[in-house]
Ligand binder design. Structure first.
Ligand code: CP
Length: 338
């Protein structure tokens, strides 16, 4: 695909060479993310960071990624703090905000809303998550993480064995990740969820149509026995009619050190898009795994910076100019990336 000026709305847009290109640019971004070098390549550019639904990682990492390229960030959070609360349409909001910004990132609770917004925008729009539909940049950073973790074991992505655990119906990160894995070969997907929260059928069919094997289960222990990646997810309480309804499913699949030791192959990589629900009644990924070297969740979150920098650099066409505008970092950078 031609990235320049493009919206990034869905994994459907990408073929495998596009993913390779994003990952190759992400590698170029590593010295900037690791605070070894700084660049001003986007000096004067403005990101409109529009988060109409709660976020910690996606909002802050998109903003930091833009700052690390030298750009400025203007943002709004919550529908209640925007004119959408006064009945303004997504069309009008997009027409206005795209006059203020060079690129926009948007998260919104309704599926399809970011694409609707993008259709009226005069600048590229990147999907930061639209309802239960997709979270394409999360899937890209997830796969970038998986690739790094597998390469450390001299393994490729083709042939990957991955368990997706938890709320696969409403979890948009796993929807995008399944689509992304359809660009690879011979993937073994283990989908572990309550029957009512299983992966949407069209995504299961897509995986099978691409030649992948799909195992569907409601039982955690036996299903994580032979996987490279155990990808846990949170019950997406905000998509349920009530908290009581979400409570029916919360805490059903708890991965902790004891379950890991008894049931996983050694060195199975543990992932989660975060936030993990650490309340006692949920605790889907126990804090007793925090010192387990195979817990990749914070490496995964760190990788959000380079992936999002790469997407800005590609859509705004500055990849080849980055190094010319860069210099070594002059301040203490400590041990934060160890
Ligand atoms: N993974 C993710 O989307 O996290 P946030 O909701 O904190 O942005």
């Amino acid at each position: 695909m031609d990235f320049v000026g493009s919206h990034i709305l869905s994994i459907d847009q990408f073929e495998r060479p596009d993913i390779d290109r994003i990952f190759a640019v992400a590698v170029l971004m590593e010295p900037f993310a690791q605070r070894k070098r700084v660049t001003k390549v986007l000096d004067g550019a403005i990101l409109g960071n529009m988060f109409f639904e709660a976020s910690t990682r996606t909002r802050i990492s998109f903003g930091c990624a833009f700052n690390l390229l030298g750009g400025e960030v203007r943002e709004t959070t919550g529908i209640e703090n925007s004119a959408l609360a006064k009945g303004e349409s997504l069309y009008d909001t997009a027409r206005v905000l795209s006059g203020y910004s060079d690129v926009i990132v948007m998260r919104h609770p309704e599926a399809g809303s970011v694409a609707e917004f993008a259709s009226a925008s005069r600048v590229p729009v990147l999907n930061g998550g639209d309802g239960a539909n997709e979270h394409p940049t999360q899937a890209l950073l997830d796969l970038y993480t998986i690739q790094k973790e597998m390469l450390a074991k001299q393994r490729q992505l083709d042939g990957l064995r991955i368990a997706m655990i938890g709320d696969l119906k409403y979890g948009r990160t796993v929807h995008s990740l399944v689509k992304l894995l359809c660009r690879y070969k011979n993937i073994h997907l283990h989908l572990i969820a309550p029957a009512a929260l299983q992966m949407p059928e069209h995504l299961v069919e897509m995986a099978r149509a691409n030649g992948h094997t799909v195992h569907i289960s409601e039982q955690l222990e036996g299903s994580i026995a032979h996987v490279d990646i155990a990808y846990s997810t949170r019950i997406q309480e905000e998509r349920f009619g009530s908290r009581a309804e979400a409570d029916l499913y919360r805490g059903k699949f708890r991965l902790n050190q004891s379950v890991y030791t008894q049931h996983c192959e050694p060195n199975t990589v543990i992932m989660h898009p975060l936030p993990r629900d650490s309340r006692a009644e949920a605790n889907e990924l126990d804090t007793d795994l925090n010192e387990n070297p195979n817990l990749a969740i914070f490496r995964q979150a760190d990788n959000g910076i380079v992936i999002r920098m790469a997407l800005f650099a590609l859509t705004l066409d500055v990849v080849d100019a980055i190094d010319d505008c860069s210099q070594a970092v002059g301040w203490y950078t400590g041990s934060r990336f160890q």
